[in-house]
Design a protein around this ligand. Sequence first.
Ligand code: UVW
Length: 335
Amino acid sequence: MKVHATFLLASAALAVLASAVPAPTAEPPTQPIKRWTRAEFDAVMTRISNWGRWGQDDQLGALNLITPEKRRQAAALVREGVTVSLAHLAIKEPVDDSPAFVHRMVELPKRDAEISSSADEYSVQYHGFTQTHLDGLCHLVYRGKMYNGFTQDEVTSRGARKLGVQAFRNGILTRCVLMDIPRLHGVRYLEGGRPIYPEDLEAWERQAGVKVERGDAVLIRTGRWARRQQEGPWDIMKGSAGLHAACLPWLKERDVAVVGSDLALDVLPSGVDGVVLPVHWGVVVAMGVPILDNCDPEAVAEAAASRRRWSFLLTVAPLAVEGGTGSPVNPLATF
Ligand code: UVW
């Protein structure tokens, strides 16, 4: 009995010591990125195409995969009714090569009035590496064509005649799987330029006990915001962790409806000759999958880890702007 108690004490001391050792911030340097030629990328663009799948005039793309049954399945994941935002606070100074979110007060409460109000004006050029936003299907063009083969001439200075974000005004409600890749590797954030391959996604599925299915949203955490807290802003284009283009066929096989991340989805530099953001162009143009860029999944990652549950209901309500190329959004996770 005494031996047993000593053993327990020693184990407890070891556990305390282990928890006192901080998790490494980033991973040690990895293998060089897999290089792809432009021809290899073009072949994948053809292979993953959803053009024509939902009709020649389809404007919804992969959101067609979110059926009423899929929404009911996602709603059934709500057990506690706890909601966590996936948005980063609007960034009001120009960083990461993106313009600032402009917040201007246009009315202040009056000192000598019993009843008054305040009001403000927002102005945001939301595409880029900073504000949390949704990329609509008219946002990206590849070799003159948008999703479903619509020509880029459909986009004019008045907005997009096809694939405008207003097509998504009934909102996106589906099951979301958080893929916490730093957690998979036991670090706080991934090293700059670290590619994520399908093997990483499947290793995470095994570790988390979850499988990405048709109509799901996939949210990739690279630890971008933890890295920024530790290291400050960096040149995003020169070294950011994210998905390698090799993940495109995987996303197509799983038939995902939405993909998001805490940065711009792609590993940077991408490793694909002549294509800066191949995953971006692949999912939007070929697959018709809208993207959630610059999400802040830090709080959701904590919420998921404390429940040991990495799937939840995702709710996104883009602005109903006719001909718009996307929308600033505040995506919500509900457990
Ligand atoms: C980025 O490329 C980061 O943003 P967007 O797709 O909105 O242009």
